[in-house]
Design a protein around this ligand. Structure first.
Ligand code: GLU
Length: 350
């Protein structure tokens, strides 16, 4: 009897100490990008993205094993210029399973920087959890002199294990900074210091392996989002038309002819159309193809009913969203409604 009591006490102590030292369970989902890229020589700027696999990325930063119980999976291995709706749907569904059914405490996604902001915003609207989901990439390939990938990956894992990053929506972790999925923009083609949070700035930063939060995102996201992709295997077709002086109406007409569900204008100034493009846009809207006005300007909102009478034409103003993120929200909005006023409300909320 005494032996049984002793063994039970020992087992309980072991269990307790295991629980006390158990590290957060973090899954790294690799999708490719420059962080997994290789250049011909370490000094060359010519390289191919998406070359090395998840295990090589993890092995390059053994320090992350001290922060978390790490496991990895390779979803795709592509340059993020080839990111598409199919991969986004797979990613969102997989993250929801890992966080809500398989007991993971946080997710890190390695991703190319070209379209990282779009993937981040898509996940911000489709992940159903308040656990940290952090995207990380790099501007220099894995074998470059002073490669930035390892530090970005380490910081992303530090963010994923941090209670401070819970409830912040999907974040990008680049160059020691944490950026909000809605406001983050890639601003420079080649510099490591390329991501910015726009007028609202950054969400926080990582210093000495710890996340320091400065502010919370302002818009609805993740658990509060009403978009659900669980049962979807494709998304509505939405294209972007770029605005410029003397613009041709042909790209807009081509989307109409191809029966797209929505078109986003990357308009001049406050989301303005060239007159020939405007004519096609009015016809498209009358045919049930939703037009959303955004702007090619890097900063500032596209305001409702300003130079363009949105109420008259039933156009939607993208407000704070740039064209590429307006496209993401319009695709998700069209999974729920084709009513322009309801779609405008989504643009106010998200
Ligand atoms: N085009 C590549 C990509 O987005 C390179 C950009 C990067 O990852 O930094 O995957």
């Amino acid at each position: 009897m005494r032996h049984i009591k002793l063994i039970t006490a020992l087992a309980l102590t072991l269990c307790l100490s295991f629980t006390l030292v158990a590290k957060p369970k973090i899954r790294i989902i690799a999708t490719g990008g420059t962080i997994a890229g290789v250049s011909a020589t370490s000094a060359s700027s010519a390289y191919t993205a998406g070359q090395v696999g998840i295990q090589t990325l993890i092995d390059a930063v053994p320090q992350i094993l001290q922060l978390a119980d790490i496991s990895g999976e390779q979803l795709v291995n592509i340059g993020s210029q080839d990111m598409n709706d199919e991969v986004w749907l797979k990613l969102a569904k997989r993250i929801n399973v890992l966080l809500n059914e398989e007991g993971y405490d946080g997710i890190v996604i390695t991703h190319g920087t070209d379209t990282m902001e779009e993937t981040a915003y898509f996940l911000n609207l489709t992940v159903k959890s308040d656990k940290p989901v952090i995207l990380a990439g790099s501007m220099r390939p894995s074998n470059a002199i002073s490669a930035d990938g390892p530090a970005n990956l380490y910081n992303a894992v530090a963010a994923a294990v941090s209670p401070a990053c819970k409830g912040m929506g999907v974040l990008c972790c680049m160059n020691n900074q944490l950026l909000d999925a809605k406001t983050v923009i890639k601003t420079h083609t080649i510099d490591c210091d390329t991501f910015e949070g726009g007028p609202s700035g950054i969400i926080g930063y990582i210093y000495n392996g710890e996340a320091h939060i400065l502010q919370a995102p302002m818009n609805k996201h993740t658990k509060e989002s009403e978009f659900d992709v669980t049962k979807l295997d494709k998304l509505p077709k939405v294209g972007i038309v770029y605005g410029y002086a003397n613009a041709s109406p042909l790209p807009m007409q081509a989307f109409v002819d191809a029966k797209f569900d929505g078109i986003v204008l990357a308009g001049v100034g406050d989301g303005n159309f060239y007159k020939d493009v405007f004519e096609v846009a009015v016809k498209a809207q009358n045919q049930g193809i939703q037009i959303v006005r955004s702007s090619r300007c890097p900063t500032g909102p596209t305001c409702l009913n300003s130079e363009v009478d949105d109420a008259k034409y039933h156009f939607v103003a993208a407000l704070d969203l740039n064209p590429q993120k307006a496209r993401v929200l319009l695709m998700l909005a069209l999974t729920k409604t084709h009513n322009w006023q309801e779609i405008q409300e989504f643009f106010m909320k998200y």
